[in-house]
Write a protein that binds this ligand. Structure first.
Ligand code: SF4
Ligand code: SF4
Length: 115
């Protein structure tokens, strides 16, 4: 599964620098697929939309730190466990029940993001 941040988030910012995929953004801040990855060509995200790698995308949340599902690998390929969950002081980085993903899918995403 991708990890998600719940509305228990206290916006401390501790998780953001820990993500090896730059999948975590502050609420209200736009994201790009190229940020922290090697993606340099048009990229199709989970919605089916193909986006420009450097184009700013709408924040997932305006209130809380958020995780871009298309960039989260659950830290597969980098660490034994999700680093955001490991550092979060209020344990609000949790598996997203809407996005159950196998280890092989997460590993493939990691390879795609860091080709
Ligand atoms: S689980 Fe890992 S890859 Fe996913 S958002 Fe957290 S730190 Fe980033
Ligand atoms: S570490 Fe937890 S509380 Fe702090 S910004 Fe990240 S998700 Fe929110």
């Amino acid at each position: 599964m991708a990890i998600m941040i719940t509305d228990d988030c206290i916006n401390c910012g501790a998780c953001e620098p820990e993500c090896p995929n730059n999948a975590i953004y502050e609420g209200g801040v736009e994201w790009t697929i190229s940020d922290g990855t090697t993606i340099s060509a048009p990229y199709t995200i989970e919605t089916g939309e193909t986006i420009d790698p450097d184009e700013d995308q709408e924040p997932v949340s305006d209130e809380f730190y958020y995780i871009v599902p298309d960039k989260c690998t659950e830290c597969v390929g980098f660490h034994e466990e999700p680093q955001c969950a490991a550092v979060c002081p209020v344990d609000c980085c949790v598996p997203d029940p809407e996005r159950e993903e196998s280890e092989s899918i997460l590993a493939a995403r990691q390879k795609t993001l860091h080709a």
